[in-house]
Write a protein that binds this ligand. Structure first.
Ligand SMILES: Cc1cc2nc3c(=O)[nH]c(=O)nc-3n(C[C@H](O)[C@H](O)[C@H](O)COP(=O)(O)O)c2cc1C
Length: 196
């Protein structure tokens, strides 16, 4: 498979960048080809603008969005790597999702969140998070993310199967962080085929 890993982090030496690299290493070891979209270093503009609205009206896709859609078109699997910020996506990733996976290209209906205009692609959300898993579970955040992302967003984009991989305790000890890096490699190594 060809894997596209999209990263939202301004620091190339961040933990998020390291887990994305380990994930890609695992995928390559399993025989997949990989490509990285580093949204900050590439200067992606996450602001949904009047140009986006007009392109929606006139069916004329802005050139920066066309380029993003072209690299998605090459991919059989997509990984979004970003830190959990306020129980959601940081702004760069949020803007990339809002602008790139547009009505008429990704989906053209709202009644069925499992229906997409896109071919099935394996989807992984690789998400470092400061909180512990029991804290997130007890407070209901895990369920909230499953509802908003797995149920309510990524089916429209054709991501199937799709999984949220929360890397809990990402600000913890060196041992903890090493374990999360190893887990990221293992997730990349065992990527399922699309459509499952
Ligand atoms: C603005 C901001 C908001 C954050 N919100 C959350 C949050 O809602 N839940 C959580 O578990 N961690 C939260 N964190 C912690 C980050 O997810 C964690 O520090 C992560 O490891 C950051 O990625 P990095 O280590 O690659 O910089 C937040 C951090 C920042 C800076």
């Amino acid at each position: 498979m060809h894997l596209l890993t999209v990263i939202d982090h301004p620091d190339p030496n961040s933990f998020t960048a390291a887990v994305a690299a380990q994930f890609n290493n695992g995928a390559e070891a399993a025989g997949h080809t990989t490509e990285i979209a580093d949204l900050h270093s590439e200067g992606f503009d996450p602001r949904w603008s009047m140009a986006d609205i007009e392109s929606d009206r006139n069916s004329k896709t802005p050139p920066d969005i066309l380029a993003e859609q072209q690299r998605i078109a090459r991919a059989d699997a997509i990984c979004l790597a970003f830190p959990l910020f306020w129980w959601g996506m940081p702004s760069m990733m949020k803007g990339w999702v809002d602008r790139v996976w547009a009505w008429g290209w990704a989906y053209d209906q709202l009644d069925n969140p499992e229906k997409s205009l896109q071919k099935p692609r394996t989807g992984v959300l690789l998400v470092p998070a400061g909180a512990r898993s029991d804290e997130m579970e007890t407070a209901g955040y895990l369920q909230a993310l499953e509802t908003a992302w797995t149920k309510g967003t990524f089916g429209y984009f054709g991501l199937s199967p799709r999984k949220i991989e929360l890397l809990h305790g990402s600000t913890g000890s060196a041992k903890r962080r090493r374990a999360l890096l190893e887990r990221s490699y293992a997730i990349g190594f065992s990527l399922p085929q699309p459509g499952g």
